[in-house]
Design a protein around this ligand. Sequence first.
Ligand code: ZN
Length: 223
Amino acid sequence: MKKALVVFSGGQDSTTCLFWALKNFDEVETVTFDYNQRHKQEIEVAKAICAEVGVKNTVIDMSLLNQLTSNALTRDDIEIKDGENGSLPTTFVDGRNHLFLSFAAIMAKSKGIKNIITGVCETDFSGYPDCRDMFVKSLNVTLNLAMDYPFVLHTPLMWIDKKETWALAAELGAFDYIREKTLTCYNGIIGDGCGECPACKLRSEGLHQFLTEKEGGKADVQQ
Ligand code: ZN
């Protein structure tokens, strides 16, 4: 029985990972981190998706992150914007992914789960150092040593861009579901979102490219 734990936020990427996990593992459950993100709704969306898909979801309180640092995802008074002149975007939280994966690993081991899946990606890399492949591989070794347990961290989206993430969703038979039910938007609008925030722009550009190529592909076949 191959078991997996998906680090799950209810967004496009982690929902694609959830469907990927359901295809590749016998038993799947999810963990969602509550760090007082701007939109509590994110937690509700994550719970709702897990209930619909029929996987267990555990929410872990990570509000301690806000005692350590402040950023635009957790504070209403900080504007969300892209990094300028090589600086990180205001949504960056130092070490967030590092902590999430470490907490997920502790939980996974307690449940006899070796496989941990995360939707981090180096392709649309906004400069978050703990989303890079090198970091995930390094942490994998560290976690195995820390807990004397053979964890395998899986990153199905690491080398694909948003267009290819949509293509993967389609391949997994989950394209419409992910398009309609997930929350990526920083302004808390489910599905295609507000269309204005950096997360929506990235998501909709990829979606547009995917749909354009798909249409193009169909046209090629018809000729
Ligand atoms: Zn948006």
